[in-house]
Design a protein around this ligand. Structure first.
Ligand code: SF4
Length: 407
């Protein structure tokens, strides 16, 4: 979960009467606390999430008997499914196993959330769409700001407006989308007050990779912010992409098991339609802001681009999305692609093996995987070298980025 996404989710919970708080942001203490319970074989996101939950326990007044930790789970080969059992094990070893770990899964329709499941899924979707959009605004405005810090302040203001609207219990669920669209419009206006120079030449860098690591600025050492002084504007793959992908996988599996004409298929199609409708409504006020960085019309566009390299019948997860999205970004005129992955993650390893061929087939666009394992790296130097390759490609590329300029 991203910073904004986690805040939005907490607001969604609060709307439903649950006193939800976001765990503290990661810092050196995160690794220090997780250290005694981890060996280094775990995924970096496991170490960060466990460390941050342990940090939450250090907040003055923390009462284990009145606390539940929210840590969803999933099946499949990805180690994410091990996070919740791992957290329970750590809490057990610490002797604080009265803390409940709430661990819903999509496999049973999130029945672990009880009666909250239906409304939370809707509120959660609105929260993800809104927080994704505001982060995208930050990545557009920040490289062009002429007053340092102004875009970050606008992002905070916009996120606060959005989360307040999401958690506002005085607005019934029925009228919520309009209220949220209004909050996003107000947030857009906060960004429009940022002093900017949109005539400044920036290079468009697509950012793909493992979902947690690419979205957690702590885990990726704030790579995007550090890329910007080199003249980059980042286009980060958002969380909604993953939701669209899992929806599409669900449809694929239903077909595979002979359930093309079934109630489950009807439900899956209706769900997608409703999600699309909400997304369109929420993002309407931001349409002009996203000129040049328009998302694909459908996740199938991404999957089709990935197909010659990683057919979705044989490969799953972020590796498929990262490969397809890298090609989509090339088509939109990106100057380079960064893949952010935790060290030892299979997704990053497979994508990295595919990228030289992808690059060769697409005018030699620079694609570079950056791995993170929570130890210090020479990121500045590596980013500088990557951006030199980007500048060379920028001069010779044929795909132009139809980018936003000053109004
Ligand atoms: S995608 Fe990779 S890093 Fe992320 S949870 Fe799965 S195995 Fe771990």
């Amino acid at each position: 979960m991203s910073y904004g996404g986690a805040r939005a989710f907490a607001s969604a919970f609060r709307y439903l009467g649950v006193n939800a708080q976001v765990v503290p942001e990661g810092d050196a203490r995160t690794y220090e606390l997780a250290g005694p319970y981890t060996s280094g074989d775990e995924c970096l996101p496991a170490r960060v999430t466990v460390g941050n939950f342990l940090k939450a326990m250090e907040i003055p007044g923390f009462d284990p008997a009145k606390t539940a930790f929210f840590m969803p789970t999933a099946g499949g080969p990805c180690r994410f499914g091990q996070y919740a059992p791992f957290l329970r094990q750590v809490l057990g070893e610490m002797g604080v196993d009265e803390i409940i770990v709430v661990s819903p899964t999509s496999a049973d329709g999130y029945s672990g959330l009880g009666s909250l499941a239906g409304p939370l899924l809707r509120l959660g979707w609105w929260g993800l769409v809104g927080s994704d959009a505001l982060r995208k605004m930050l990545h557009i405005y920040r490289p062009h700001e002429t007053e340092p810090g102004a875009a970050d302040r606008a992002h905070e203001e916009a996120l606060e407006l959005f989360c307040t609207a999401l958690g506002d219990q005085s607005v019934p669920l029925k009228g919520k989308v309009n209220r949220l669209a209004g909050a996003l419009e107000a947030g857009r206006d906060a960004f429009r007050r940022v002093p900017v120079d949109f005539e400044k030449d920036t290079m468009l860098i697509g950012v793909v990779g493992e979902i947690f690591c690419r979205l957690s600025t702590f885990s990726n050492e704030d790579l995007i912010r550090r890329l910007e002084p080199f003249g980059a504007q980042a286009w980060l793959s958002d969380i909604s992409e993953w939701v669209w992908y899992t929806d599409e996988e669900n449809v694929k599996n239903l077909k595979m098991y002979g359930k093309t004409f079934s109630r489950a298929m009807l439900a899956a199609v209706i769900k997608k339609r409703i999600q699309h409708g909400y997304e369109k409504k929420l993002l309407a006020p931001l349409k002009e802001e996203f000129v040049g960085v328009e998302e694909p019309h459908s996740i199938m566009d991404v999957l089709d681009l990935s197909d010659p390299y990683l057919p979705r019948e044989g490969a799953l997860g972020e590796m498929v999305l990262s490969t397809g999205k890298a090609i989509y970004l090339y088509g939109k005129g990106a100057d380079g692609i960064v893949d952010i992955s935790p060290f030892t993650c299979m997704n990053g390893i497979v994508s990295e093996a595919i990228y030289p061929k992808v690059s060769k087939d697409h005018e030699g666009i620079p694609i570079r995987t950056f791995y993170f394992d929570g130890t210090q790296t020479d990121l500045e130097n590596d980013l500088g070298i990557f951006m030199e390759l980007v500048k060379n490609y920028h001069r010779k590329k044929t795909r132009r980025w139809v980018r936003r300029r000053a109004a």
